[in-house]
Design a protein around this ligand. Structure first.
Ligand code: ADP
Ligand code: MG
Length: 825
């Protein structure tokens, strides 16, 4: 302002054109003042003073309005004996033991444990029966037994399935309905009365406030004794106005704004005094229960046991534990049941997840090592012998892809060694695993051994056989087929030739696992689509006679975490390249009601000389699921939609010959449309098929759909996959979108793992899924890798874990549990 402009002129000018960063509404009340300041020089002193005062008030208001709202910090609440902290002593100061409230008070969330824990004379071990734990009475023990919790170790391993987050400390204004929370507030008013409508119902109503707002909290007490005037008076006296209380509960919406539904309330001696309740302000564990067992009972039983853990030892060596930055197992077990805060909970969970993975990987590493120690025939080609693999290459109409060459080299490297190979070959549908397997089998034949090729279904076994029977006679190699429907006479011949060594390669289903099947000199077993077999079947095969080399193959890409968990004892090879000349499949989502568009595309493609699959999830009408059956759809398509084409039908209830006939007709082009159940999922190979229509796509897993659509796009023609879906379920549609976006089997399998869980990805129930209580194969990949590396090191330096007795014992216990679980099934 200074020399050039008077203050009054400055005010008048500025208010006429206020700075742009101020909102016009905020400035508006000041605008008339600007007018007044124009005449400031002519005004009386009193008038001038008045104007300046008004201006100051206006500016102050403007400043308050434009000040960013500072969030009020959450309240503080001191917790006594934080369960996560270093508790030096167990004994009487353990949490829950300090409540000074009379046991009859409804606010005593936990009454004191029945006995002081940690009597030094009788240490509690994992194997101690719960009935012998001080603080767990016979009644509680028998209730726990109903949950299958008999020993201390059982109870400790009964992890909470969730937590009530009472550690969520908030101000009243920030309460969010639907969440759990804790507020620390002052009592404004308290009123205890019995309901006018129900004399046996007492109501306690508290009006609370903090610096951000007010809150009404009610609690209800049903029962005659609560309605006595004396009792009501006692209640009311507990909460005189001005008292500080801590309140934890679930926030609900009410006509008066957010309120608490029957919360826990504790009076604090002063604003900074600690809360005594073991629940208010904490993460409260929520356990899976059975009828007749109260949450409180279970929590108390756990609390009776927890202090004893401190004297347990950690099976993971201290140096290693520190290197990995993990809590001790004792602290982690305590923290999962009684976390001090979210950080403590996460750290505890991390340690326990690590342990789950470590045991799993130790078991696998040991199995792998034991397997390696066995002797297997070294499949070395004899000098000057026939180069069968070279001959195969010369008769194939295509050269191997780079990936096929690499993988075959990896396999040969294993086969020439005198230890059995155990290798998993992963490769997307159509990546050409079969010829690689064939080349590997020829390595065995060259070395004077026999080979077996196992497929999960007869259809697939027959197809493999047809392919092999096309190439192998040119190489003067004998091949036979053995399935459940091989006639008895043929079967006897095959078995005879097998045992006298005449038959060199046997193709079959799991009939090959049956006892009378005896090889003269089995060198290599190939298992195709191994995810269809259980791990147990795989192991059964390995146990058959002479230790053969094993190659398992899968087109269901398995996410790495799952592969490491289920096949962690195998080496993995991967064909990550499709043969050239394939055009990518285009995938579209269609509402079931737009089915006609699908039929139009089918007609268009068939007119171009291509063929189409129509895939359905079920064989016969099931009223319950309301799925259209293959039989019915076939009739509809054959008689009405495509009456000018030939429409074939393939489903699991057909005889083996009928299936073969249906596939044969389709392959030869005698039928142009093939209606099928998921039998086509594996292996069926018809290059002219360029369209696949999948009905009720939402009923399939993503990996399975990916596998299904791999049946088209095997030739050079542009191919289409049409996913028909019910259309109402947005989530299902979103899931299917993944297939439209991605053709990467691994990405799809990862999604499936995340969305549907490992059991669905592996496809079979007894596929050897590890039992993981806390660990997630989709979220804990880093811990799994860590545990795997640790397990391999440990087993390499201490194969029998003699120097790690804690781990050895834990592994033994786990095996014992698995054996028992298997027996129960
Ligand atoms: P999958 O890995 O799904 O079992 P297949 O072994 O059935 O795949 O092979 C799919 C198709 O690709 C077959 O018709 C096969 O003959 C053909 N194929 C395999 N390898 C090659 C290659 N290197 N070049 C061209 N075509 C190939
Ligand atoms: Mg295959």
């Amino acid at each position: 302002m200074g020399r050039h402009e008077s203050f009054a002129a400055f005010v008048a000018r500025t208010l006429a054109a206020p700075p742009a960063e101020l909102s016009p509404e905020a400035v508006r009340p000041l605008v008339p003042l600007g007018e007044a300041f124009r005449r400031y020089g002519q005004e009386s002193l009193a008038r001038r003073q008045h104007l300046v005062r008004q201006l100051r008030q206006g500016l102050h208001q403007l400043r308050v309005q434009s000040r960013p709202v500072l969030p009020v910090a959450p309240p503080r609440l001191r917790l006594l004996h934080p369960p996560g902290g270093a508790r030096s002593t167990g004994g009487p100061s353990a949490p829950g033991a300090v409540s000074s409230r009379p046991a009859s008070s409804p606010y005593a969330s936990v009454s004191p444990p029945a006995a002081a824990p940690a009597r030094s004379s009788a240490p509690l071990l994992a194997a101690t029966p719960l009935a012998e734990v001080p603080g767990i009475g016979p009644r509680t023990a028998s209730q726990l037994a109903a949950l299958g919790l008999l020993l201390v170790g059982d109870l400790i391993a009964h992890y909470p399935r969730d937590y009530l987050d009472y550690a969520n400390l908030v101000r009243i204004a920030a309460l969010v309905p639907g969440q759990t929370a804790t507020v620390v507030a002052t009592v404004r008013r308290c009123h205890a009365f019995s309901s006018s409508r129900n004399p046996n119902l007492a109501i306690l109503e508290l009006q609370l406030q903090d610096s951000t707002g007010r809150l009404r909290v009610s609690r209800f007490f049903a029962g005659r004794r609560f309605s006595s005037p004396a009792w009501l008076k006692v209640q009311q006296r507990q909460f005189p106005p001005g008292t500080t209380v801590a309140v934890s509960g679930l926030v609900k919406e009410s006509p008066h704004g957010p309120t608490f539904a029957d919360p826990l309330i504790e009076v604090l001696e002063s604003a900074g005094a600690p809360v005594r309740s073991p629940m208010i302000g904490r993460l409260v564990p929520v356990y899976g229960l059975t009828e007749g067992l109260r949450a409180e009972t279970l929590r108390r039983a756990v609390q009776a046991v927890l202090p004893h853990l401190e004297r347990w030892s950690d099976p993971v060596p201290e140096g290693l534990r520190q290197e990995l930055g993990l809590l001790t197992r004792q602290n982690a077990l305590r923290g999962i049941h009684q976390p001090a805060d979210q950080a403590d909970l996460q750290a505890s969970r991390r340690r326990l997840v690590f342990d789950e993975f470590l045991l799993l990987q130790l078991g696998l590493a040991q199995r792998r090592q034991q397997h390696r120690q066995r002797a297997a025939p070294a499949l070395e080609p004899p000098a000057g012998g026939s180069d069968l693999v070279g001959q195969l290459r010369s008769i194939l109409p295509f050269p191997f892809t780079g990936a096929q060459d690499r993988v075959l080299a990896e396999i040969r490297h294993d086969l020439v060694r005198p230890q059995p190979m155990a290798r998993l070959l992963q490769g997307d549908v159509g990546s050409g695993k079969t010829v690689v397997a064939l080349a590997a089998l020829l390595c065995a034949i060259e070395a004077g051994c026999q080979g077996a090729l196992m497929a999960p279904t007869e259809v697939l076994a027959e197809q493999h056989f047809a392919k092999l029977a096309h190439w192998l006679p040119q190489l003067h190699v004998n091949v036979g087929l053995l399935t459940g429907s091989t006639p008895a006479r043929r079967r006897r011949e095959l078995l005879q030739d097998l045992i006298n060594g005449q038959l060199q390669i046997l193709v079959g289903t799991h009939a090959l696992l049956e006892d009378p099947v005896q090889f003269a000199r089995l060198g290599l077993v190939v298992v195709d689509e191994q995810h269809r077999f259980g791990v147990r079947q795989r192991n059964r095969l390995l146990a058959k006679g002479l230790q053969p080399h094993l190659l398992t193959m899968t087109a269901t890409p398995i996410p790495r975490t799952l592969a490491l968990s289920v096949h962690g004892d195998l080496d993995v090879s991967q064909i990550d390249e499709l043969p050239p000349g394939r055009t990518p499949i285009r995938t579209h989502l269609l509402r079931a009601s737009d089915r006609q568009q699908a039929w139009d595309l089918v007609r268009e493609q068939v007119d171009l000389g291509q063929r189409a699959y129509v895939v359905l999830p079920l064989v016969e009408e099931s009223e319950k699921l309301d799925l259209r059956s293959a039989v019915e759809v076939h009739r509809h398509l054959a008689d009405e939609v495509f009456s000018d084409f030939t429409v074939g039908l393939l489903h699991g209830r057909l005889s083996s010959e009928a299936k073969q006939a249906a596939i044969g007709a389709f392959a030869r082009g005698e039928s142009q449309v093939l209606v099928s159940t998921t039998v086509v999922e594996v292996g069926v190979d018809v290059p002219e098929a360029s369209v696949m229509v999948i009905e009720h796509a939402e009923r399939f897993g993503l990996a399975q759909l990916h596998q299904l659509r791999g049946r088209v796009g095997r030739g050079a023609a542009a191919s289409h996959c049409l996913l028909l879906h019910g259309g109402n379920n947005a989530e299902a549609r979103q899931r299917l979108e993944v297939l439209v976006r991605s053709t990467d089997g691994f990405e799809i399998a990862e999604m499936d793992l995340r969305l549907r869980g490992p059991g669905q990805v592996l496809g079979t129930r007894q596929s050897g899924l590890p039992d993981l209580a806390l660990a997630s194969l989709s979220d804990d990949g880093d811990l799994l890798e860590q545990a795997r590396a640790v397990a391999q090191d440990l087993v390499a330096s201490d194969p029998a874990l003699e120097r790690h007795p804690g781990l050895r014992q834990a592994l033994r216990d786990q095996r014992q549990r698995q054996v028992e679980a298997a027996r129960l099934n």
